[in-house]
Design a protein around this ligand. Sequence first.
Ligand code: CP
Length: 352
Amino acid sequence: MTHKHIIDLDDLTLNELDKITSLADEIYKNPEKYNEACKGKILATLFYEPSTRTQMSFQTAMLKLGGQTIGFDNPMNSSVAKGESLKDTIKIVSGYANIIAMRHPMEGSAKAASFYSSVPVINGGDGGHLHPTQTLTDVVTLHHELGRLDNLCIGVCGDLKNGRTVHSLIKTLSHFKGNRFVLIATKELTIPDYIKKIMDKNGCSYTEVLTLAEAIPQLDVLYMTRIQKERFASEEEYLAQQGVFVLDKEKLKSAKKDLKILHPLPRVDEITIDVDDDPRAIYFKQAVYGVYARMALILLLLDDNSEPAKPSFEGAEECKNPRCISAQEKYLPKCYKTAGNDKICEYCDAKV
Ligand code: CP
C-alpha cells in the first residue's frame, strides 16, 4: 500500500488544502452523511506528550466517522517504558491500525516515524517544530468565519520561537495572496530564521514589534499563543518571559470591530477571561472546527494512494540540534535537504 503522510502542512498542495477545507465545511453542515465513512477502520493515537484537544479531537473525528481508536496518552503505560524504540513502536502499531496520529517531544519525530510506518502518519506536534493539524484547524476556522484566507493582516503574538502552531500557520498562510504578518514577540522569543526565509521566498511581508498595543489596530486576525514553559532551559528564563503579552478588554478597545481572535489553546494567562465573552474571541469555536478539519483529513488520507516523498539526501554529518529526534534515536539515517546554500536537517529543519 502506498500512502501520504502529513508531517508538515506543506505535504498538502494548495488544491488539497482547499479540498480539505471544503470537505470540513460539508461535514460540518451534514455530519450524518459521514457517520459510516470509516466503518471498519482503526486510528491509533500515540501521544508521548500531554494533549487535550489534538488527541481527543482525533479520537472524536474517527468515532464520528464510524471508525474505532486505539493508542496511548502516556508512553510510560506502553513498552516505551521498557526502552522500545520509536521505530519498533511504529512498525508494530502500523500493523494494528489503518492510520496513526502522534505527538512526541522531539523535533522531527513524526518524520522519523513515517520512514517505518506502513500506514499514513499524521504529525500531532513534534517538539517545538510543527503542528500541521492545528494549522488545518486554524485554516478551516478562518475560512468558515471570514470566507477567505487571503488579503489578511495577521498578528501572531507570544512565544514565536517555540510555538510550533505559529510556525505551521505562517508557512501555510504565507502562500496566500496579499497576506502580511505582524510578529509580536520579545527578542528572546522571536521567530526562527527559517520561517522568515519562507515568508521572503513566498513574497509575504512582515514586521516585528515588541508590544501588542502598537500592533492591534491594524489586525484582521490576532493569533495569541502561550509562552511554552516546557521548552525553556531553566525556570528563570521562563519567568523572564511570563506575562509579557496579555490580551485584555482594554487593549481590545483599539481593535477592529470584526477582528478574529484565535488561540490554539491551552491558555495560561495571555488572554484574560473577560475577553471570552467578546464576539471577536473565537478560540473555543476554533477547537470545535478542529474535529471537522481532522475528519476531512482522515478521509482524504485513507482515500489516498499516492507515493510519499522519500528523503532527498543521506549525508554523513550529524544534526547538531539537541532537540532533534536523530539525537535520541541513533539508528536513524542522517538525512539532509538543501535550501539555497544551506543544508537543512530533514527531520527538524535545523541548519547543519
Ligand atoms: N492546541 C493543542 O495542540 O492543544 P492540546 O495540546 O491540548 O492538544
